[in-house]
Design a binder for this molecule. Structure first.
Ligand code: KIV
Length: 262
């Protein structure tokens, strides 16, 4: 992709063509590094609850957490499109409240789009938010905000009935106006079917190689977080080990008096 700011138009045009690259980031300096590397989309995921705030799931993340981190990421992203997660319940308490919350992520956070977990049941909200001029990315399959209802973080839509429901949800989300859909932890064959059935791009995470793009949590793929690492994650670097080694050397040199030099 050329060095031009990525927009919904760019992402839609990538359907079935060049794969979309997406990673999470939660702060200014990481956003700058990821942007500089040429990523297409930066997700300010509510996974920040796990990797930045130390919670055991994303239900504890608030609108003010999301606005705070989205502001920082937006300042660091020149080219990438910044998408901010709508946190737990922020779009489940009525359409008015949902549009107001999405608007805050755009107006205060300076995001270019929001991501919403859920299918058919939330399509009226997706419609209202897109009608308000705010681009929406859908999120189906494993929807971590529903972890208490799902009973864990395993693979979703394994039965024929569940797969059919997911396909219906994907169509409903697309019809409601979403310009892309994240598919998390679903069988490869189903992700392929959804991808072939939608006119908008799919972005997979633990959903196999046939989606129109891929997303990972930055801290997982760079080896900076090991409280819990899903099996589908590939480690592209061992940044955590590099940080620990650098800090260990610093401590040693301070203790023995070799830093700072005379
Ligand atoms: O919050 C997040 O990081 C996400 C991705 C896992 C898709 O929603």
């Amino acid at each position: 992709m050329a060095n031009k700011k990525i927009t919904t138009k760019t992402i839609r045009a990538m359907k079935g063509g060049e794969k979309i690259s997406m990673l999470t980031a939660y702060d200014y300096s990481m956003a700058k590094l990821v942007d500089r590397a040429g990523i297409d989309m930066i997700l300010v995921g509510d996974s920040l609850g796990n990797v930045m705030l130390g919670f055991d799931n994303t239900t504890h993340v608030t609108m003010s957490d999301m606005i705070h981190h989205t502001k920082a990421v937006s300042r660091g992203a020149e080219r990438a499109m910044v998408v901010a997660d709508m946190p737990f319940l922020s779009c489940r308490l009525g359409v008015y409240e949902a549009v107001r919350n999405a608007g805050a992520l755009i107006a205060e956070g300076n995001a270019a789009a929001v991501k919403i977990e859920g299918g058919e049941e939330i399509s009226d909200v997706i419609r209202a938010i897109t009608d308000a001029g705010i681009p929406v990315v859908g999120h189906l399959g494993l929807t971590p905000q529903s972890v208490n209802q799902l009973g864990g973080f395993g693979i979703q839509a394994k039965t024929d009935a569940a797969a059919e429901k997911l396909l219906r949800d994907a169509k409903a989300v697309e019809e409601a106006g979403a310009f892309a859909v994240v598919l998390e932890c679903i069988p490869r064959a189903l992700a392929k079917k959804v991808t072939e059935s939608l006119a908008v791009p799919t972005i997979g995470i633990g959903a196999g190689p046939d989606c129109d793009g891929q997303v990972l949590v930055l801290h997982d793929m760079l080896g900076m977080f090991d409280d819990y690492v899903p099996s589908f994650v590939k480690r592209f670097a061992e940044v955590g080990k590099t940080i620990t080694a650098g800090v260990t050397d610093y401590i040693k040199e301070v203790k023995e008096g070799s830093f700072p030099a005379k």
